[in-house]
Design a protein around this ligand. Structure first.
Ligand code: CA
Length: 254
């Protein structure tokens, strides 16, 4: 698969810091968005640490001992191994960020969301913790590939809240897990077959707070792929978004 990748991050109109971090590594097919939280500049520390650690474990270290064990159970689907490595990388990031926050009191309590896409051949592998999301645009439709790790998502799943109301409640940002703050994490992981024409979108909640899925789809329909990341970020700001906003787009073609 040939990949065409774009990214845009914007601090937004009022925030002093941009606590979002992202990675576009086209050579290795690794794409990450992380949205940090914590007082002072701690959010920036957490999100940039997470991006770096996850990237290094996926790209530099071919087969860490912890995931090699999986290989010993035969036969093993390579996609299982990759997803195991994603889970391992997210947990390592979480442990190291937590350790850092214990060493530096000014960063205490910092954490970050992480959403990762790894493209290997015809497969797209995803892992996430928190409420940064992955979407797939295919055949004119937008599909959300991740389920937010938030208290409101749990309430939606339990039937106590509708998705429309969930956008309005004040505690919508409370995460049920985050990388760093919560120590060990349980990322959700999935693998999908890629089709030529697919466009994957990774984003922070600076995009999905001001824009619902329908509004995102409208922009995706209207814009060519090389302008899409910029157009989505700008649409979020135009819709009144005040948060840091980050969008990574990855278009696949034969
Ligand atoms: Ca955010």
């Amino acid at each position: 698969m040939h990949l065409e990748c774009y990214a845009r991050t914007d601090p937004g109109p009022i925030r002093e810091h941009n606590e979002d971090a992202f990675l576009v590594d086209q050579e290795y097919g690794v794409f990450i968005v992380a949205d940090g939280m914590g007082g002072h500049a701690a959010g920036e520390v957490a999100s940039s640490m997470a991006v770096e650690i996850v990237r290094d474990l996926l790209v530099d270290q071919e087969d860490p001992e912890e995931t090699r064990l999986v290989r010993e159970v035969e036969p093993v689907d390579p996609a299982d191994i990759l997803r195991e490595r994603l889970r391992y990388a997210m947990n390592q990031a979480s442990i190291l960020i937590r350790r850092e926050s214990e060493l530096r009191p000014e960063t205490r309590g910092m954490g970050t969301t992480v959403v990762v896409l790894v493209v290997e051949g015809e497969q797209a592998h995803f892992a996430h913790v928190g409420d940064s999301r992955a979407y797939l645009f295919r055949d004119g439709r937008l599909v959300r590939l991740t389920r937010d790790h938030t208290v409101v998502q749990q309430e939606i799943d339990a039937g106590r809240l509708t998705p429309e109301l969930a956008r309005l409640v004040p505690h919508k940002h409370i995460l049920t897990q985050s990388v760093g703050f919560h120590g060990p994490v349980e990322p959700d992981t999935t693998t999908r077959m890629i089709q030529s024409g697919d466009v994957f979108i990774l984003c922070s909640d600076g995009l999905t707070d001001p824009l619902d899925d329908e509004a995102i789809l409208e922009v995706v329909h209207a814009m060519p792929v090389d302008m899409l990341a910029d157009a989505l970020a700008e649409a979020a700001l135009e819709a009144g978004g005040e948060d840091n906003v980050t969008v990574v787009t990855v278009a696949a073609s034969d």
